[in-house]
Design a protein around this ligand. Structure first.
Ligand SMILES: *Cc1c(COP(=O)(O)O)cnc(C)c1O
Length: 428
């Protein structure tokens, strides 16, 4: 049996423990929802205040040049690239994940169908994050294509020579299952399709190797992902977009564009020309004016992840994340058995992202509410999931212990059955 003291001991020995001090976490709260909204970095408060008061207030419009505002999408993009296995200049920050997915799917369809017009399908996974399904559906409709939605174990069977693009989310938001990116890329390419990835629940939590560096690793083709989850960029933070450099070159060669050709994705926006010419490189996946305040907050968030680099970087964060999710699963097994919780997250650590999801057919929502009342913040995902996100930058072993103890008490006492915990808020 693991005790609370064991957990305190593991925290004392944790080489990443000091990173937690970079976050302004409220007292008395166990925060296990960093996969929905990352915690506030201490540095963000002063940085955003300075940008508002000095760069905007005093520098005014001159700050676009003097404070490097125009360079932010590239600068923050280069930092995120280090976390997802992409090279400098290959990744940019713009818009939302939903919007970036729209751009990428259109461009990927054009590239995959050049010389192969019979490829008329986008293949994705049943249960993918709703915005991914909805955007893929819109793109398919706009392009007269078919959207194929297959179960995760049936994807290979649906990869035929009609598929142009395979769109997958790396870590499933419900269960936390991880796709083997390399194997999925190989399968897509063998079928003649392009592999597009959503990294929203991966970036900042586990290693990703987009460009396929290293022997025998198959590169991905495009990727998008979220800035406000494990990257700690703040509510509604801008998202990122990556294209393999060979596709940017093919876009040039074939005249393929991303569809939201706003002026700040132009090669020379301040020439104010009537004709559109895409910017060189990944900058063409921008659109309009960059959201400066949000970008500086995102940079502070990404910097908290990069602060792990001298301590082993994303590999060390992954090791800690798995130690914590292993602990959470073991403690639920030991201490909460017999109360109807069913683990939905893979026990195999290679198949597990940075979360643990437990189904409770009757009480999923109410259990999350009862835990909130005890200061343990997880979230509910329909239809019946209690979900705990483990952000290894700031979650401690003792937090996991305290969360499972609160869960045990909520279950043993039956307090989740109190009608006040059944009332639904707009955001779950
Ligand atoms: C969180 C998340 C998004 C969010 O998209 P927005 O455009 O920021 O609302 C998209 N896809 C996945 C897989 C996510 O987990």
């Amino acid at each position: 049996m693991t005790t609370r003291d064991d957990c305190l001991g593991r925290d004392a020995a944790d080489p990443l423990a000091a990173l937690r001090a970079r976050f302004a976490l409220p007292d008395g709260v166990v925060y296990l929802d960093g996969n929905s909204l990352g915690a506030l970095p201490v540095a963000t408060v002063a940085r955003v205040r300075d940008v508002v008061a000095d760069e905007w207030g005093v520098g005014l419009i001159g700050s676009w040049n003097s404070a490097g505002w125009m360079d932010l999408p590239r600068r923050v993009g280069d930092k995120i690239a280090r976390l997802v296995g992409a090279g400098p200049g290959e990744l940019t920050v713009a818009d939302s994940t939903s919007v970036n997915l729209y751009k990428v799917l259109h461009a990927a369809l054009d590239l995959a169908r050049a010389g192969a017009p019979q490829r008329t399908a986008i293949l994705t996974e049943r249960g993918n994050f709703p915005t991914d399904l909805y955007i893929a559906d819109s793109v398919a409709r706009a392009r007269g294509c078919e959207l194929r939605v297959a179960g995760g174990d049936r994807l290979a069977a649906h990869l035929d020579d009609h598929v142009a693009v395979q769109l997958l989310t790396h870590v499933d938001y419900r269960t936390g299952r991880v796709h083997r990116m390399d194997a999925r890329n190989i399968a897509a390419h063998a079928a003649g399709a392009l592999a597009v990835w959503d990294l929203s629940h991966s970036a900042g939590a586990l290693p990703v190797n987009l460009a396929g560096s290293g022997p025998l690793v198959e590169a991905a083709d495009f990727a998008v992902g979220c800035g406000y989850k494990y990257l700690n960029g703040g509510p509604g933070a801008p998202a990122f977009v990556w294209a393999h450099p060979r596709h940017v070159a093919r876009m040039d060669a074939l005249g393929v564009r991303q569809p939201l050709s706003g002026w700040l994705s132009h090669a020379a926006p301040f020439a104010f020309a009537d004709d559109y010419h895409p910017a060189a490189g990944i900058a063409r996946f921008g659109c309009g004016t960059p959201p400066v305040l949000s970008l500086v907050a995102l940079e502070c968030g990404v910097d908290t992840v990069l602060a792990a680099e001298p301590l082993g970087g994303i590999e060390a964060l992954r090791a800690k994340s798995l130690a914590l999710t292993d602990l959470l699963i073991a403690l639920v097994d030991e201490r909460c058995a017999g109360h109807g919780l069913v683990l939905q997250t893979p026990r195999d650590p290679r198949r597990r992202g940075s979360q643990v999801s437990l189904a409770h057919p009757e009480g999923g929502y109410a259990i999350v509410q009862a835990l909130l009342a005890r200061g343990v913040v997880g979230d509910f995902r329909a239809p019946d999931l209690v979900r705990f996100g483990i952000a290894p930058l700031y979650v401690r072993h003792v937090d996991v212990w305290d969360a499972v103890e609160a869960l045990r008490q909520v279950l043993v006492s039956g307090e989740w059955r109190d009608p006040r915990y059944a009332r639904r808020a707009a955001v779950t």
